[in-house]
Design a binder for this molecule. Structure first.
Ligand code: HEM
Length: 497
């Protein structure tokens, strides 16, 4: 069947080029274990649109800003579906907005509800600080907690080194980053923050990590349907992890149902329960089940921390690799914030260099190499290419080399205009949140949170490389790619706060 909106003779269009597939496995083994790099090489050979076969899955790959924009914005409705992957159904069991719904009125309503729940809770009144909203209250409190943890770890490391050979060994910033960022999303979703050593909390954070790793490794059951009946060890492991993760969420949701009071909405979970209670008021709401509505909190929770943690890990690495960039952020902090108060949301628009730094980290590290897979049902065309029906779409978000002139250079200034203001036309070209109907729900939230975490850290500390540590900007392939482990040393910028 042809796309109903296209009065065009599709037979006139050629099929996109692509590498020759091998029998049965298709191009699967040609991907290696660094799929993003293999696709970059294939892009050089075949152009921005090419086709592949991964096992039994036919895939069309679209790369680069202009190509992705045309597909996801101008032809957005054609390409907004998600495939019925076996692993997606293991995660979502049909209830997820992110993974398991076809594009249509029910999905549009589901995304609108998730957006509203996130927005209304981010912007709700704070509970007991001078913050302007609840999100700011949580983010600023967790950022301050993270600063303290890093200070404590560093003091302990100094003491240890004095007792041994006197050489500074530095601290690994990952644990404070992970626990603080995960706590922001826990507080918004479940009205609760966890102690940084809480066992259940650490288990959930760890499970989330493992799930993402197993997802990134790809699963034979997705590529060859027969493996659904002979599940591999990694598939069994994935299903077990997902059950434990969903069990944790469902326990939180049940607790909320037992203690729900419509006059006191505590968090996103309560807001979603209230929507179900009020469902008679809106006919539209009958499109979604209670489980779908309430399980939206799982979509928000699952997506809301790993990508930010990775962004912060990359940011700290760039800060120690490029001390001059750090010096300019310190200068901006001193000019706009000063030593007497901590950073908050309202500082962001006044600190264009810090914002430009965050965009340059997104662009240069390009640490989310793909969107979540998309899907289209009908035979259609994209640009001059014929796209056969029922294909997986892989949107490859590379660092967009040809747009930037000197793509290898790490240079936040590229995003600043002549008078030092942020060039929004350019920042929009940084592909990391996807585009169009399926664009990330939390992009504004993520940029605010990263800003406050970084500004708070640099407000209190000077961060440096550990003497002798070689800094490497390499990464292993993953859905969210992290830098290789590194350590930092820190020193306080102000003696008294
Ligand atoms: C720097 C941080 C983040 C990055 C780089 C990022 C990136 C992405 C990307 C690439 C997608 C897939 C888009 C597509 O399939 O076309 C996505 C989807 C999504 N993100 Fe984010 N994200 C971040 C933070 C967040 C946060 C903080 C939240 C929630 C609080 C969030 C919620 C979601 C949701 C719910 C979706 C699914 C949207 C849909 O299927 O329509 N993300 N994100």
């Amino acid at each position: 069947m042809l796309s109903g909106t296209l009065p065009i003779d599709l037979t006139a269009f050629p099929s996109p080029p692509g590498p020759t597939p091998w029998p049965i496995v298709g191009n699967l083994f040609q991907m290696g274990n660094q799929m993003h790099l293999s696709l970059t090489l294939l892009r050089v050979k075949h152009g921005d649109v090419f086709k592949l076969r991964l096992g039994s899955l036919p895939v069309v790959v679209l790369s680069g800003y202009n190509t992705i924009r045309q597909a996801l914005v101008r032809q957005g409705e054609d390409f907004a579906g998600r495939p019925e992957l076996f692993t997606f159904s293991a995660v979502a069991d049909g209830t997820s907005m992110t993974f398991s719904e076809k594009f249509g009125p029910a999905w549009l309503l589901h995304k609108k509800l998730c957006k509203n729940a996130l927005r209304s809770f981010s912007q709700a009144a704070p509970r007991g600080s001078g913050a302007t909203c609840l999100l700011e209250e949580h983010v600023c409190a967790e950022a301050a907690e993270m600063l303290e943890m890093i200070r404590e770890q560093s003091a302990k490391a100094e003491l240890d080194s004095e007792m041994t050979d006197g050489a500074s060994k530095g601290v690994d910033p990952v644990k404070p980053l992970v626990t603080s960022v995960a706590n922001v999303v826990c507080a918004l979703c479940f009205g609760k923050r966890y102690d940084h050593n809480d066992k259940e909390f650490l288990t959930i954070v760890n499970i989330n990590n493992e799930v993402l790793k197993l997802f990134a490794a790809g699963n034979l059951a997705d590529f060859f349907p027969v493996f659904r009946y002979f599940p591999s060890l990694s598939l069994k492991e994935l299903v077990q992890y997902i059950r434990r993760m969903n069990g944790f969420m469902e326990r939180r949701i049940e607790e909320h149902m037992h203690t729900f009071d419509k006059n006191c909405i505590r968090d996103i979970t309560d807001a979603l329960i209230a929507l179900c209670e009020d469902r008679e008021k809106s006919k539209e709401m009958s499109l979604l089940s209670d489980t779908q509505i309430i399980h939206s909190v799982i979509d928000i929770f699952g997506a809301g921390f790993d990508t930010i943690i990775a962004g912060l890990q990359w940011s700290l690495l760039y800060l120690i690799k490029f001390p001059d960039v750090q010096r300019r952020i310190h200068q901006e902090i001193d000019e706009h914030i000063g030593s007497a108060r901590m950073p908050n949301f309202s500082d962001k628009p006044k600190m264009p260099f810090t914002e430009a730094f965050i965009y340059e980290v997104f662009r240069h590290a390009a640490y989310v190499p793909f969107t979540i897979p998309h899907w289209y049902d009908w035979c259609t065309h994209y640009s001059e290419w014929l796209l056969h029906s029922k294909r997986h779409l892989c949107f490859h978000q590379p660092p967009c080399s040809y747009l930037w002139g000197d793509p290898e250079q790490f240079c936040p200034d590229r995003f600043l205009g002549h008078s030092g203001q942020l060039n929004k036309e350019l920042t929009e070209k940084v592909l990391i949140f996807g585009m169009g109907k399926r664009r990330c729900l939390g992009d504004g939230f993520a940029r605010l949170e990263m800003f406050v975490f970084l500004a708070t850290l640099l407000h209190g500390l000077r961060i440096e490389n550990v003497p002798g540590q070689k800094l490497d900007l390499g990464t292993d392939f993953g859905l969210t790619m992290k830098p290789h482990p590194y350590k930092i040393t820190v020193s306080s910028r102000f003696t008294e706060m």
